[in-house]
Design a protein around this ligand. Structure first.
Ligand SMILES: [Zn+2]
Length: 302
């Protein structure tokens, strides 16, 4: 039995993006996006102002009982399958062009990332790096592993002027760590937890933060993937068949790159996985989507 995921919650997050974007538009000077020590392959300016959004909340959950154990096939031997048009992207309003554009990173800059492997088991770093290698190959975007971190992506509560409590991605906190953070965490409160993780069938969450202004085109500036360590400990490590850790990482990092869900069980970006899922490799729809947010889509400048 596959697990459910996020439908409604995803909609709420998209809504919060809209609200925040409007808010930031009114006060553009208050939001600075830090420059990262990336190695630019083409010129890029940091955004002078930022709007933020949360995208692609995800979930992959354990199928009921049996956890299968499968050997990881060699990635190089895999031939992608399925329908190449089975992918979905997010769009956002770009203050530079005054158009809705595809939400993606500037593919012409290296994305630096850190891993918080606490609770992820002995293969956490290896599997996360292997997932990033697949994403890099599919997008043409270079990544740089900047080491481990103790940071866990989470939401912070903000009281708006009208008194409403609004939850937002802790972009300022993550901005001190790395543009992309991949972390394992626990549910609940206190040390080692992330409030992205909820009881139920969700095994992970992935998303992004975007920035745009009248002088800078919209792009993802921060991305994250968080996994529920209480669930992933039952998942087979690597990229074999079934509800593997590799599958989960590819899915959530897929969100961090801008991909949305697509309801085709062959695709990594399908919001469910189970013991009957195929090997954890991007299939043809996933790969088209990654191309659309990758280097073939062109550099973002300014
Ligand atoms: Zn998802």
């Amino acid at each position: 039995m596959p697990m459910r995921t996020e439908g409604r919650l995803n909609g709420e997050l998209v809504c919060s993006t809209c609200l925040t974007s409007r808010h930031i538009a009114l006060f553009p000077a208050t939001e600075a996006v830090p420059e990262w020590p990336n190695r630019p392959t083409q010129g890029d300016r940091r955004c002078s102002t930022a709007a933020m959004g949360l995208g692609g909340r995800s979930v992959l959950a354990l199928a009921a009982a049996g956890v299968i154990v499968a050997a990881s096939p060699a990635a190089a031997a895999y031939t992608p399958i399925g329908n190449a048009s089975h992918y979905a992207l997010h769009t956002g309003y770009d203050y530079y062009t005054h158009k809705n554009v595809v939400i993606r990173w500037n593919p012409c800059r290296t994305i630096s990332y850190k891993i918080n492997p606490t609770g992820g088991g002995s293969r956490a770093i290896v599997d996360a790096q292997a997932a990033i290698a697949r994403v890099s190959k599919a997008t043409g975007i270079p990544f740089h592993y900047a080491g481990t971190t103790t940071y866990i992506p989470h939401l912070i509560a903000v009281r708006l002027a009208n008194g409403i409590i609004s939850y937002h991605y802790d972009r300022t906190g993550q901005a001190k760590v790395a543009p992309l953070v991949i972390a394992w965490a626990k549910r609940g409160t206190g040390t080692g937890t992330s409030n992205y993780l909820k009881p139920g069938s969700e095994a992970g969450v992935g998303g992004w933060n975007v920035a745009t202004s009248t002088t800078s085109r919209l792009r993802i500036t921060l991305g994250f993937a968080v996994f529920d360590s209480a669930k992933t400990k039952y998942f087979p490590t690597g990229f074999g068949k079934g509800s593997s850790v590799g599958h989960l990482i590819l899915h959530e990092v897929g969100h961090a790159m801008g991909l949305a869900h697509y309801s085709d069980v062959l695709m990594i970006m399908n919001p469910y996985f189970s013991t009957t899922s195929g090997v954890a490799e991007f299939n043809r729809g996933d790969l088209t989507g990654l191309t659309k947010v990758g280097r073939p889509a062109g550099c973002i400048s300014p």
